[in-house]
Design a protein around this ligand. Structure first.
Ligand code: FES
Length: 94
């Protein structure tokens, strides 16, 4: 089971998720606050995360992320990036 560390306000919280789940799904399953104004459909960017470690353990960037302008290497939409291995992300606050 992949371990995901979420950094929220500078504090790391590590949880386990299932391979193929998104950063957003795993966060919500563990009561970690991640905004998701569009319901996880890739149309709002409120779930934006900055990847600190394990970027290659996330699914490749998809068209929805590109269409929302999430094109920087370190940035991913939490609702689109599927976890395939251990990773650390900073949750961007709004
Ligand atoms: S929840 Fe809206 S883009 Fe991810």
């Amino acid at each position: 089971m992949p371990k995901v560390t979420y950094i929220i306000n500078g504090e790391p919280v590590t949880v386990e998720g299932k391979e193929g789940e998104t950063l957003l799904q795993i966060a919500l399953d563990h009561d970690i606050v991640m905004e998701h104004a569009c319901g996880g459909n890739g149309f709002c960017t409120t779930c934006l995360c900055k990847v600190k470690e394990g970027a290659d353990h996330l699914s490749p960037r998809n068209d929805r992320e590109e269409n929302m302008g999430v094109t920087e290497d370190a940035e991913r939409l939490g609702c689109q990036a599927q976890v395939q291995g251990d990773t650390t992300v900073e949750v961007v606050e709004y």
